[in-house]
Design a protein around this ligand. Structure first.
Ligand SMILES: NC(=O)c1ccc[n+]([C@@H]2O[C@H](COP(=O)([O-])OP(=O)(O)OC[C@H]3O[C@@H](n4cnc5c(N)ncnc54)[C@H](O)[C@@H]3O)[C@@H](O)[C@H]2O)c1
Length: 314
């Protein structure tokens, strides 16, 4: 597809999908991971250069870098990549804390490079279609969003809990869907004997009484990724996995035909087009910072047992 050269840092459970899709898009140039076995396996499989040393990887001739390592390592790897003048895609949840994210945004601006965040659901055709239907007035004014994202604990994730890892998708989608920042966050969570929370119920309050309810858990065995958009004249339900949409109105139920497309392919193609200069990034570093701020407000709300009022600049 392009002559853009991208390297992937972190080729574990998720990074291997980046590698596969970039290879399909003919943009995969190099891989890097601390795990030597993985580097050998993937550099052989895709016939690209492989590195266990980040500095040597960054010496390679690259246009962009994907950071798909555990959350706590995102900042350091992204910063080094930016300092090299490379365009950077950082997997969600962007950074572990807000200060790190703000520094990355600042340095990316100074170095004039693209900095984007892996909020993959923004590229899910189902929610894009649902947003379009709502803008066309199909269910009237939206009143609230109800997200459910559930499945068993990913045991390899040890540095964050379900809020930063999982609810963060729906925090970002809520901001994007309503086109504004929440002003209130209330949360109730449970760790159930583990270090980090594994169950979370968040309430985000937006202007004009609009609300987003975000339920996430790492306990139930069935994988659920769903959203219900409740409007004054009807409801749109969607499944992020199957990408199916259902519209319930007073007198009928419609199931529009949708065509399945892999969100990661759409997301990475978009990143390549941004590097090419043919598109503007749909997700920017500031989106990562704001979602992180909201997630931390939620963690604080749970600790305090009360709502937290926040003010995020537009
Ligand atoms: N967008 C999505 O839907 C989605 C889905 C899953 C995971 N993720 C994100 O992707 C990232 C990776 O998650 P995962 O599930 O693949 O984790 P993982 O533990 O399976 O893989 C992480 C990989 O990074 C490597 N690594 C660790 N520290 C490193 C370092 N300093 N330098 C180079 N390599 C290093 C590890 O050896 C491992 O191979 C996380 O940020 C996670 O939140 C996003």
């Amino acid at each position: 597809m392009s002559d853009i050269k991208i390297g992937v840092v972190g080729i574990g459970g998720w990074g291997k999908n980046h590698v596969r899709v970039l290879n399909e898009l003919r943009a995969l140039e190099a891989v890097c991971d601390l795990n030597e076995e993985r580097v050998k396996e993937f550099s052989r499989k895709y016939e690209v250069n492989g590195y266990t040393d980040l500095d040597r990887f960054l010496e390679h001739d690259l246009d962009g870098v994907i950071v798909s390592t555990p959350t706590k390592t995102h900042y350091e790897i992204a910063l080094k990549s930016i300092e090299k003048g490379l365009h950077v895609f950082v997997e969600k949840p962007f950074t572990y804390n807000v200060d790190e994210g703000e520094k990355l945004v600042r340095r990316a601006k100074e170095k004039n490079v693209i900095l984007t965040v892996g909020f993959i659901e923004r590229f899910n055709p189902a929610i894009r279609e649902a947003k379009r239907l709502v803008s066309n007035g199909v269910i009237g004014s939206p009143l609230y969003l109800l997200f459910a994202r559930e499945n068993r604990w990913p045991v390899h994730i040890i540095d964050v809990g379900v809020v930063l890892d999982t609810s963060i998708h729906d925090i970002d989608l809520s901001r994007w869907f309503f086109g504004e920042e929440p002003m209130m966050v209330f949360a109730r969570m449970g760790a159930f004997g583990t270090e980090h929370e594994r169950v979370s119920a968040l309430v985000l309050g937006f202007s004009k009484e609009k609300t987003s309810l975000i339920i996430s858990n790492w306990i139930t065995p069935k994988k659920v990724r769903e959203l219900e958009i409740v409007g004054e004249n009807g409801t749109i339900s969607l499944d992020f996995i199957t990408q199916q949409i259902k519209i319930d109105l007073e007198d009928r139920t419609d199931i529009p035909r949708t065509r399945y497309e892999e969100p990661l392919l759409l997301e990475l193609r978009h990143f390549i087009e941004c590097i090419n200069g043919t598109r503007e990034p749909e997700v920017i570093g500031e989106d990562g910072v704001k979602a992180t701020k909201i997630a931390h407000a939620a963690l604080a709300s749970n600790k305090l047992g009360s709502a937290i009022f926040i003010h995020l600049e537009k």
